[in-house]
Design a protein around this ligand. Structure first.
Ligand code: CP
Ligand code: NVA
Length: 306
């Protein structure tokens, strides 16, 4: 099949993304019913390059490959030649000779693009400073499982206009829902990404006004990986942007709350929000496994059975 990468949600068509959500729900149901007997990636290898920390992403990709009968290989810059300056393009060519797909978590989005340009196997963005598309597959799946079709609904992003926010903007475009972004001045998402989404995405300054009647509320840490030195200053900038139970009370009666995790309780979320029945964060984390299995199957084999 033709080589495809997944660097942002815009790399797949809306129809392909809808297929992936359906396929993930099927894969999840069949795993629950039958156990891990479906092994379409037998003897295939996924290389996983992690230049930042991870719990969910590493465990979900590695477990997904194991359940599919394949293998996942963890590579960190500390103990690979990438950390000693071997160019990403050279690494991409070498890995293309040996493995079947590559997953990368790094800082600069440009370096993932350079890697993909030189790669002859599928490349998956597992988080860059600009995007986190794999997380959005799990998030849209979770929202769909809980409340049905997301088209035409209203989601609210509260907090930093960061990598997760950018992927929510792309999700609003691709899955056809409205997105309100409540962020402090100076922490807006990238203007080009915002402009491309047109009128379906709106910026708010008052989080309380943004969440009125919303069907979904989501947030993320105030200081992302790589911004640790800004943590104290950001705590002050984001005061008033904590998502709490009272905010959810102003939303639609059927509102759901998502968070990609890890969360900082008492900062961007109240101490107790993750335990609220409207918070679906554990289901959301679990869906990383199923959604990425659907993605791996799609990129390495193509569409299956639907
Ligand atoms: N949400 C997410 O990507 O989590 P990890 O950083 O633990 O992989
Ligand atoms: N915005 C966060 C997401 C972590 C999954 C970060 O980049 O650290």
């Amino acid at each position: 099949m033709a080589l495809r990468h997944f660097l942002t949600l815009m790399d797949l068509s809306p129809q392909e993304l809808a297929y992936l959500i359906d396929r993930s729900i099927t894969i999840k149901r069949e795993l629950a019913d039958n156990g891990p007997i479906y092994t379409p990636l037998k003897n295939r290898t996924l290389a996983m390059i992690f230049e930042k920390s991870s719990t969910r992403t590493r465990v979900s990709f590695e477990t997904g490959m194991t359940q599919f009968g394949g293998h996942a290989l963890f590579l960190s810059p500390r103990d690979s030649q990438l950390g000693r300056g071997e160019p990403v393009g050279d690494t991409a060519r070498v890995l293309s000779e040996m493995v079947d797909a590559v997953m990368i978590r790094t800082f600069s989005h440009d370096s993932i693009e350079s890697f993909a340009d030189a790669s002859s196997i599928p490349v998956i963005n597992a988080l860059s400073d600009d995007y986190h598309p794999c997380q959005l597959l799990a998030d849209v799946q979770t929202w769909t499982e809980a409340r049905g079709q997301v088209r035409g609904k209203t989601a609210v992003w509260v907090g930093d206009g960061n990598n997760m926010c950018h992927s929510w903007i792309n999700a609003a475009r691709q899955f056809d829902f409205n997105l309100r972004i409540a962020c402090p001045e100076g922490f807006e998402p990238d203007q080009e990404i915002l402009d491309a989404a047109g009128s379906r995405v709106e910026i708010f300054r008052d989080p309380q006004a943004a969440v009125e009647g919303a069907h979904l509320i989501t947030t993320d840490v105030w200081a992302s990986m790589g911004q640790e030195e800004e943590q104290t200053a950001r705590m002050a900038s984001f005061a008033g942007f904590q998502v709490n139970e009272a905010m959810l009370d102003s939303a639609d009666d059927e509102v759901v709350f998502l968070h990609c995790l890890p969360a900082h309780r008492g900062e961007e979320v109240s101490e107790t929000l993750l335990d609220d029945p409207r918070a679906l964060v554990w289901q959301e984390a679990g869906n990383r496994l199923h959604a990425q299995k659907a993605l791996l199957e799609f990129l390495m084999i193509g569409r299956v059975g639907q």
